[in-house]
Structures are given as C-alpha cells and as structure tokens.
Write a protein that binds this ligand. Structure first.
Ligand code: NAD
Length: 282
C-alpha cells in the first residue's frame, strides 16, 4: 500500500519526534493534540531540532523546511485524509481505545491505524475498531529522530499487508524495523524493565551502591548507560507501570516490582523529570 499522508495524534515527546522524522522522510504530516499551547510547544521542539540537524548537515534545508511545513489540528478530522495514522497520545488504555474507535470512524477504508503504545495490547486496540487487520504497533524510541529501532508489533488480527506497509514506512523513516508479537512489553520492555527492576533489587539488598551497579553494567557488560541511570532517564513511574503490566499479564513472580522502586515512586522520586531518582539532578 502507498503511504503519502501521515496523521500523528499527540504532539508530546514521541508525537513531535515521529511527526518530525516522517516529514523529513518525505511524508505529508499533520499533528494533533488537545490544546494549542501543547501544539505550539511541539512545533517549537521540532523547529529547534531540525535547525540543529541542518546545522550539522544531517538533513538538507529542503528537509528542514518540510518539518516546518507540518500542519496542526486540535481534533481528529485530519484522519479523513490519512493513509496512516500514528497515535502517540498519553499511555492510558481507556483514552487509546476511545481514540481508535473515533479514528476508525474517520479514516478512509484501507488506511492503517498504528499506535506507539509501550504496554497496551495491540489486539485489544484492534478490537476497538472494525478494521483490526489494519491496526498495528509502531513502537518508536526516544528521541525518535536519533534512535534507529522501530518495534513493529502485530496484534492477533493484523494482516501481513499492514505489517509490510509499517515496515516499509519505518525503513523510509530511516529506522530498522523489528517484528514482535503482541505480548506484554513486546521484546524491548520485556527485557529492559526486568533488568532495571533487578538492578533496584540489587540496590535494595545493599549488594552495591547505585554507582557500583551502573559501573558494573557499563564497563563489564558494555552497556552505554547503567540500568539505574537509565531508569532515571525513562522515569521510575514508567518502569513501575511496565513491571505492573508484566506481573499482572504474565502472572509470574519474577516480574514482581521491587518494593524500593514502588517506594521511590510514592515519594515522587521519578528520576530526571522530578530532579531526583537514583541520582540527584539540578
Ligand atoms: P507525552 O505526555 O509527552 O505526550 C502525550 C501527548 O498526548 C500529550 O501532549 C497529550 O496532551 C496528548 N493527548 C492526550 N489525549 C489526546 C487526544 N485525545 N488527542 C490528541 N492528543 C492527546 O507522552 P509521550 O512520552 O510522548 O508518550 C506517548 C506515547 O508513546 C505513549 O503511548 C507512550 O507509552 C509511548 N512511548 C513513549 C516513549 C518515551 O520514551 N517517552 C517511548 C516509546 C513509546
């Protein structure tokens, strides 16, 4: 299937990154959110990012201009013109199911409805529509313009054609698409979050300091960043949320969220975004 117009729902961290990357890759892009202020912030983030990339000659001035030409909307109407919708709204199951119900009503027959969800079942999202064969996960990573990975997640009813199109779009956006089945955490968070959780257990049991734990993983395992520093970057609330999903949906004790992780989230120590996590930030 030919994709020309992409409608990105949500202009936050991921939505603005996806819109930017799609536009510099030659797609006509519209981006929506629920307030003008958020849209303006998203547009500003994109403008600053493409300016940096153009200054480093990573993109051409024509590509920079394409990103500045992204149109915006405060409703879902642009879905009517879209070949592909990529939903990157807040990670809330009720919100996403409602959005997909509405997008299904608006988008033309044959259009693909993709979600950037990190933890919600694509099979469930597909079932909220009358086109589950055209619903798929396109799980981008933060920051989208720089991160090469795209996890393409197939729901139970997702067709081969939809999967092929999502992979082709991902490649055109400069990503390396990897296929995963719809299962809690997909591949990425199924491995990453239990590793971080185990690092928090290691800290809780006093086996090592945060610095010792991160240094072991950086220098011994060649990870670019230690698991606790990474948890601070991702957000401790996000890690806890994913662990709760894995624990509940896979039902195994090995996914039990570490009590220290829960305690830190309760205390508001969410990592970089709150100024304090396993480390302190200015
Ligand atoms: P964010 O909070 O930065 O952005 C979400 C945006 O969605 C907000 O601006 C919000 O106003 C908007 N929104 C809420 N309801 C909406 C609606 N009805 N219509 C349009 N917009 C609406 O969150 P984010 O980090 O960009 O995450 C978005 C999605 O991407 C989530 O599903 C998350 O799980 C996933 N994700 C996030 C990351 C990450 O590192 N941040 C990585 C991979 C996937």
């Amino acid at each position: 299937m030919d994709v020309n117009r992409i409608f990105v729902v949500g202009a936050g961290t991921m939505g603005s990154g996806i819109a930017q990357t799609a536009s510099v890759s030659g797609y006509q892009v519209t981006m929506s959110d629920i307030s003008q202020e958020i849209l303006d912030r998203g547009v500003k983030t994109i403008a600053a990012s493409v300016e940096r990339l153009a200054a480093k000659e990573k993109i051409s001035t024509a590509q920079q201009q394409a990103a500045l030409d992204i149109t915006t909307a405060l409703d879902l109407e642009p879905a009517r013109e879209a070949d592909l919708v990529v939903e990157a709204a807040t990670e809330n199951p009720e919100l996403k199911l409602k959005l997909f119900e509405q997008l299904d009503q608006l988008a033309p027959q044959g259009a693909i409805l993709a979600s950037n969800t990190s933890s919600i079942s694509l099979t469930k999202i597909g079932a909220a529509t009358e086109r589950p064969e055209a619903v798929i996960g396109m799980h981008f990573f933060n920051p989208v313009p720089l991160m090469k990975l795209l996890e393409v997640v197939r729901g139970l009813a997702t067709s081969d054609e939809t999967t092929q199109t999502a992979i082709e779009v991902g490649k055109k956006m400069g990503k390396e698409p990897v296929e995963a089945k719809d299962s809690p955490g997909f591949i990425s968070n199924r491995i990453l979050c239990p590793m971080i959780n185990e690092a928090v257990y290691t800290l809780q049991e006093g086996i090592g300091s945060p610095d010792a734990i991160d240094t072991v993983m950086r220098l011994g395992m060649n990870h670019p960043m230690g698991p606790l520093a990474l948890a601070d970057l991702v957000g401790l609330d996000v890690v806890l949320f994913v662990m709760e999903v894995l624990h509940r949906d896979l039902g195994e004790d090995k996914y039990r969220p570490c009590p220290l992780l829960r305690k830190m989230v309760d205390a508001g120590y969410l990592g970089r975004k709150s100024g304090r996590g396993f480390y302190l930030y200015d």
